[in-house]
Design a protein. Structure first.
Length: 124
C-alpha cells in the first residue's frame, strides 16, 4: 500500500467516524441504554483516533518511503479499526456480548500499529 492509500483510508475513516459518532449521539441516544451508548462512543472515539493514525502513516510514508514497517503499522491500525471499533459498534446496537471477545484482538492491533510506527521512525 502506498502513502496515497493510507491518506485516503485515513480521510475516509475519519469521515466515517464523524458520521457514526453523530448517528450515535442523535439517532441512538434514545434507543440505547447508557451502558451500550458508552460502548458505542468508545468505538467512535477509537475509530477517529486511529483514522488520524492512518493519516500519520501516510504522511510519514512520504518522508520514509522505503520503510515496510510503516505499511505494517497502517495495516495493523486499519485491522484495529475493523476489529475493535467494528465489534463495539455491533455490540452496542445488537446487544450480542459475544462480540466483545473480538474487541481485545482489535486492541492488540492498535498497540502493534503504534509500536510499528515508533520502530519505523526510530530506524529512519
Amino acid at each position: 500500500m502506498s502513502a496515497k492509500t493510507f491518506l485516503l483510508l485515513g480521510s475516509l475513516n475519519a469521515m466515517l467516524a464523524v458520521i457514526l459518532g453523530a448517528f450515535g449521539a442523535h439517532a441512538l441516544k434514545a434507543k440505547l441504554n447508557p451502558e451500550l451508548l458508552a460502548v458505542y462512543q468508545t468505538a467512535s472515539q477509537y475509530h477517529f483516533y486511529h483514522s488520524l493514525g492512518l493519516l500519520a502513516v501516510g504522511v510519514l510514508m512520504l518522508q520514509i518511503p522505503s520503510s515496510p514497517l510503516l505499511k505494517y503499522s497502517g495495516g495493523a491500525m486499519l485491522a484495529g479499526i475493523v476489529l475493535f471499533s467494528g465489534s463495539l459498534y455491533l455490540l452496542s446496537v445488537t446487544g450480542l456480548r459475544i462480540l466483545g471477545a473480538i474487541t481485545p484482538v482489535g486492541g492488540l492491533c492498535f498497540i502493534a500499529g503504534w509500536l510499528l510506527l515508533a520502530v519505523a521512525v526510530w530506524k529512519a
